[in-house]
Design a protein around this ligand. Sequence first.
Ligand SMILES: Nc1nc2c(c(=O)[nH]1)N[C@H]1C(S)=C(S)[C@@H](COP(=O)(O)O)O[C@H]1N2
Ligand SMILES: [Mo]
Length: 201
Amino acid sequence: MHVTRGFTGRPRVPDPGLPPGQYDAGDTWPVLSAEVTPESSPADWTFRIDGLVAAPRTWTWQEVDELPASAYEGAIHCVTSWSKFGVRFGGVSLDVFLDAVRPAESATHVVAYSHTGYTTNLPLADLTGGRAWIAREYDGRPLDPEHGGPARLLVPHLYFWKSAKWIAGIRVLDHDEPGFWEQNGYHDRGDPWEEQRYAGD
Ligand SMILES: Nc1nc2c(c(=O)[nH]1)N[C@H]1C(S)=C(S)[C@@H](COP(=O)(O)O)O[C@H]1N2
Ligand SMILES: [Mo]
């Protein structure tokens, strides 16, 4: 009997963990950087939250060591269409930092910025509820410099461009202020499940 190829084997059902238009990059982890990887060590790294907060503050690496650590295990989704499953980041939840600085009632958005000058904007709500981290470890090891080490923002429920590498700080605002990619045609929020890739999607 003749069997047409393509009708045998596993049906091509999309992976339920894969957002629309994404593919599984498997074990690879592409590096996407607009900047040259900076030389930055834990000794000179700092993280600041200011803007519309009651108690603006800067943390050193050692001060972050004192905060309760938590992990993210799951997937990340890049707008260039690769997704990576089974990633394991260690860090500190943004909830811990935001509780310390106390955002004003009027606060609605943030701009996250890197030590290199990269910026990305997010609704403040996307940084709360145990969904965002200052990540310092990957697979139990220090985060590689090319992946944003010593520390990066990690917001895995949004496209990965929101996860600013070499994170330096977060400015809390009462309005939305588009960041680097958002000023260059990318979507303001970037929800991979809604396929919010470009402005207007
Ligand atoms: N500082 C900085 N952060 C950044 C970027 C960048 O160019 N500079 N690229 C973003 C994009 S588009 C993606 S997909 C991820 C890539 O992270 P990776 O290189 O660890 O895969 O970082 C995001 N954060
Ligand atoms: Mo990306």
